[in-house]
Ligand binder design. Sequence first.
Ligand code: SAM
Length: 449
Amino acid sequence: MKINDEYIVRIDKITNLGAGMCKVNDFVVFVENSCPEDKLKIKITKLNKNYANAEIVEIVEPSKYRVSPFCPMQKVCGACQLQFIDYDYQLKIKQEITQDAIRTIAGLNLEVKPTIPSPEIKNYRCKIQYPVSRTKKSARILAGYYKPKSHEIVNLKYCPIQPEVCDRIVEFVRDKAFDYGIQGFIEKNHSGDLRHVVIRHSKLTGENLVVLVVNATKTFDRLNDFAKAIFEEFSEISGVCVNFNSKKTNVILGKKTECLIGKDFIEEKLVDKIFKIGADTFFQVNPKSAENIFRYVKNYLIDNFNNPQVLDAYAGITAFGIVVSDICKNVVSVEENNSSCLLARNIIKSNKIKNIEIHNTDATKFLAEEMREFDAVILDPPRKGCTEKSLDEAFRLSKNTIIYVSCNPATLARDLKYLVKKGAIVESVQPFDMFCHTYHVENVAIIKI
Ligand SMILES: C[S@@+](CC[C@H](N)C(=O)[O-])C[C@H]1O[C@@H](n2cnc3c(N)ncnc32)[C@H](O)[C@@H]1O
């Protein structure tokens, strides 16, 4: 096999990174934008030791699961890799991606449950993070998602997976930044002001918190005036914040955020509790689908315990702890992000909850020093998963159950393997569709100790 070789193939499956997979003479080939059961003419674009990458030359026979994407930009924008695949089949793909990880990485012979769909599959995304740049000649602002595998911005005017008001806010920023002397950021030479526009949207109130991420360490008059103009243009905006990020990094938000005008949070409802979400606090991007997960966890606790003591680790704004607090004896929460903990304390107070303790520290360190035992330990780590030490300690502190919530099947499977080796039993793995039309999948694993 060599570069530019062409083959006729049939796609077998979608992998955990969203590409279709097939085999040519037993050699694995990944094909972007393909769908299981597609018959394709492909051309090899990259050859590696154990696999090759290819592009589609021609769709010889389309898969029965192909549909017309509802977004005209789907092919060029890197955000919704699976939007050209029938939604029910997307759910099946996510179940299979999880099943693959459970079988091959965790080595478990466990049937992953069918994916629970998202209640909304359009306008669902409530956290928008558009990178910003500028055109070479006219220096007009560009804002949108990156093209697949590049840092080239698709200047999106309309994105059907986010609330419509977000398009209008971005359009205003794009249009008016120039008038206020705000320059789009050029990554190559690290110049310009505006790096990202971040919007947090509330399904409950329709309000939006706008965060201007700038290449600076303190605010400046042009930016203050611009923030005021954005705030005054939209009755749906609760506040405009600035986040300072002058580092050479791909991380979107810097450490410091200031509110320039209005409020520095929006409110959202999950199950029966009202939450406050700030500029840099973690909150699930799809609140309606998140509600399914929170109900699932709460119902599990109701069905299996009477007045349990629960540890909520990697807690963010203690969303799990707060939602389950009324059926628990007490909840202990641990989270390293300071502003999430401040907000959590505020939410607990406004919801008049008395049985939650919040610890603002590293989860591994906290678990290692904790001496109390808990009926259930909830672990909801970032994509990289848990440390082995935190798994050891969660295992020690849990009398009965670990509920592991994960947005990455590969690290979930790795951590399950580790726990099983220690003697735990994985009771179930339930996928949820939190990120419709992307290859991402959220899972809740119930583990018995
Ligand atoms: C996937 S989020 C889950 C948040 C929360 N459970 C929820 O559903 O809203 C992961 C959280 O873990 C926090 N985190 C990351 N590393 C941590 C660590 N070493 N110790 C404590 N918290 C950590 C992040 O700040 C983030 O809030």
